[in-house]
Design a protein around this ligand. Sequence first.
Ligand SMILES: Nc1nc2c(ncn2[C@@H]2O[C@H](COP(=O)(O)OP(=O)(O)OP(=O)(O)O)[C@@H](O)[C@H]2O)c(=O)[nH]1
Length: 323
Amino acid sequence: MSVTLYDVEALPGTAAASQRARLLVVDDQPINIRALHEVFSADHDVFMATNGAQALAFCRQTPPDLVLLDVVMPDMSGLEVCRALKADAQTESIPVIFVTSLDDPAEEAACWDAGGVDFITKPINALTVRNRVRAHLTLKLQSDLLRRMAWVDGLTGVANRRQFDERLEREWQRCRRAGQPLSASIVDIDHFKAYNDTYGHLAGDDCLRQVAAAIEGSLARAGDLVARTGGEEFTCLLPEIDLDGALTVVENVERAVRALGIVHAGSELGVVTVSIGVASARADGESTIAGLLTQADNGLYRAKRAGRARVCAADGDADASGA
Ligand SMILES: Nc1nc2c(ncn2[C@@H]2O[C@H](COP(=O)(O)OP(=O)(O)OP(=O)(O)O)[C@@H](O)[C@H]2O)c(=O)[nH]1
């Protein structure tokens, strides 16, 4: 294999495969990149960067599973790159193994301090490097799995309440700083107890999965979030959108669920439907997160009282009937 390109890109012969890990090798010397590529290209997708700025841009855009990072580089040292990765929430969990030719205890200490998980000396020993990388990749994949289990609802695959609470707080602060509204809506499946009683719990679970996917598919913006916040209840976060905009979005959600056409003999329309409460607030000192959710809940209560399969805001002047 010959390495002729030294920008950030997949090296030849490293076709993507989901089981393969993505390794980023950062070194200003092509010969060192080539040596590591030869060790890993059979088992992993190897990407390369020849300076710190390239490496950071790559990690932010498409985070690799592990970074092999040269310590001494012109412009930005490996230590600076590692500190920048660890300071950014998007990239902090990417393990960094330092690769260096220096044999200096002070430098080794600096690598640990910067946040590296391991330290390899040049010239590299292929067996040692392969085994160290394998050990760190195993840990990384396990921690990814645990993180996913902690943040995602196991049944439907959408965000769980923990993720919702964390995002709500973050979006509330972000919208406050930007002087933008934050909208929330609570989506509740109608007569779901009757659905379970008639069709069984497994069918109920399948219905929940389909409804979750329909809600998710109706939210178009990157910052939107849907979370399963109760047994048959989902909450949507719609940042930087006012009540009118939020009503339009959740009316689409209501229609999308109805259009699934999941037969439900015990429902008014003969198919599974949802009732939705929606509210919007500005984090301007008077409003609170709890107040926003209470308003959305009041809207949901109104939608149920008004006959279900519809969207209601809390204040009563925005009521979009779907039935
Ligand atoms: N299959 C399944 N059912 C669930 C799950 N979580 C909650 N439920 C059921 O969801 C039902 C919710 O029923 P209720 O709160 O009485 O509400 P409802 O029957 O939907 O009535 P309305 O909301 O007034 O339209 C209960 O029967 C729960 O057992 C789940 O994970 N899977």
